[in-house]
Design a protein around this ligand. Structure first.
Ligand code: FUB
Length: 345
C-alpha cells in the first residue's frame, strides 16, 4: 500500500480486516524466511529497529544490526523470540545493514545466510554456522566469494543439492553489477544503471552451493523470468518484473520462483522446470501490504502451504518498522496460486 496514503488509514479498522496478526510484538520483524526443521517451524527474519536514519530510496533507514530467530510449534501456536542469534559486531567483514536473511540445515548443522554492507559500502552475502536452529551463529571471517547484492534465499532440492537465489534493486545494488564489476559511480542514486523501460528487466541470480554450504560452487547465473510469449519481462513492466525478495519452492514437481516487484508492491511468482529456470510469469501471490516493502517466504507445514510475509500495520505505517505474519495459500489444480488480499476479512 503506497505510503502517501498512510495518514488517511484508520488502523483499527484495517487491523480488523487483516487476514492475519503480527506473530511477535515485542520486537519489529520483517522479511520472514520460514522452514520446518525437525517438525518445528523456524522463521529467520530481519530485526527492524529505528536507528534514526532518514528515509531514502537507497534504504538507509533499514539500519538493522542483528538477527533473532522466531520459532513456532504449529502455525497457530505462540511465536517465540529466541533472542540474539547474530550481531553485526560479531561479523568481521560487515559494517552495517543486516538485511533479509535465510537459513538452512545440513547434517545437524544450521547455516544462516545474510546480506550486509561491507566497509567499502558494497553489499555482500555471508554465512554463519550453529549447532542449533536458533543460534547463536558464528560468522565466517569473509563473505561468500563472488557474492553481491542482497536477499539470499537457499533452496534444497529433492536430490539434496542446495541453491542460493539472490539480488535486489536500488539500495540492494543489483543494477551496479551489470558488467560483472561493481559500478561505484553516482553513489547517491538508487536508479542509476537501471535499464530503460523497453529493455529487458534486471534479473536475479542463482548459484549452486558447495557441499559445506559455505561458498558458491559455480559462478552465479542470471535467472530468466519470461512473459506468456517466452520473452524476458521488460524493465518498464513494473507490475511484474523482479525487484527483490527472491524465494524458491517446489510443488508437484514444478519450481516456483517468487519475488517482490518493489515499487509496485506485489509478491509475484513464475514457474519453471529446473532450479535454474527459465521461469514463466504466473501471477500474484500477495497484493500490496501497508508499508513500502513486501517480502515473503513460502513454506509447507505438514500438508498445507503458507505465505510468511510482513506489513507495517503494528507501527501504524512506519516503513522500516515491520511485523511478520502468516497466512495459508492455495495452489489450484492447474498449478496457479490464488492471490491473497492482506486486508480482506
Ligand atoms: O529489510 C531490508 C530490505 O527491505 C530487504 O532486504 C528487502 O527485501 C526489503 O524487504
Amino acid at each position: 500500500m503506497p505510503e502517501e496514503s498512510i495518514e488517511h488509514i484508520d488502523f483499527d479498522k484495517l487491523n480488523k480486516k487483516a487476514i492475519s496478526k503480527p506473530l511477535v510484538k515485542n520486537i519489529y520483524t520483517a522479511d520472514p524466511s520460514a522452514h520446518v526443521f525437525n517438525g518445528k517451524i523456524y522463521i529467520y527474519p530481519s530485526h527492524d529497529v529505528d536507528a534514526g536514519e532518514a528515509f531514502d530510496d537507497l534504504g538507509s533507514h533499514f539500519a538493522m544490526e542483528d538477527y533473532h530467530v522466531i520459532s513456532m510449534d504449529t502455525v497457530d501456536s505462540e511465536a517465540v523470540d529466541n533472542g540474539l542469534a547474530l550481531h553485526v559486531n560479531d561479523v568481521p567483514w560487515a559494517e552495517k545493514q543486516m538485511w533479509a536473511p535465510d537459513a538452512h540445515e545440513k547434517n545437524g548443522k544450521y547455516y544462516l545466510f545474510f546480506p550486509a554492507k561491507a566497509y567499502d559500502g558494497i553489499f555482500r552475502i555471508g554465512v554463519a554456522v550453529s549447532n542449533s536452529p536458533t543460534g547463536p551463529f558464528t560468522a565466517q571471517p569473509k563473505p561468500i566469494k563472488n557474492s553481491f547484492s542482497i536477499d539470499p534465499a537457499v533452496f534444497k532440492d529433492d536430490d539434496g543439492q542446495y541453491y542460493m537465489y539472490f539480488g535486489g534493486l536500488w539500495g540492494g545494488q543489483l543494477q551496479r553489477w551489470r558488467t560483472g564489476e561493481f559500478n561505484a559511480k553516482q553513489p547517491d542514486s538508487p536508479t542509476a544503471f537501471i535499464p530503460k523501460d523497453d529493455e529487458p528487466a534486471l534479473l536475479p541470480f542463482v548459484a549452486k552451493m558447495t557441499d559445506d554450504l559455505l561458498e558458491f560452487d559455480e559462478k552465479p547465473k542470471e535467472i530468466q523470468i519470461l512473459d506468456e510469449n517466452g520473452n524476458l519481462l521488460l524493465a518498464g513492466d513494473n507490475d511484474r518484473r523482479f525487484f527483490e525478495a527472491a524465494w524458491l519452492h517446489k510443488h508437484n514437481g514444478k519450481y516456483y520462483f517468487s519475488y517482490s516487484t518493489g515499487d509496485t508492491h506485489f509478491i509475484c511468482y513464475a514457474i519453471g522446470e529446473s532450479p535454474y529456470g527459465p521461469f514463466t510469469y504466473g501471477g500474484r501471490i500477495l497484493n500490496p501490504v501497508v508499508g513500502w516493502t513486501s517480502h515473503h517466504s513460502v513454506c509447507k507445514v505438514e500438508d498445507k502451504w503458507y505465505l510468511f510475509y510482513h506489513d507495517s500495520s503494528l507501527s501504524k505505517g512506519v516503513t522500516h518498522l515491520r511485523s511478520i505474519k502468516v497466512a495459508e495459500i492455495t495452489h489450484n489444480e492447474d498449478g496457479s496460486i490464488q492471490t491473497l488480499d492482506p486486508y480482506s476479512n
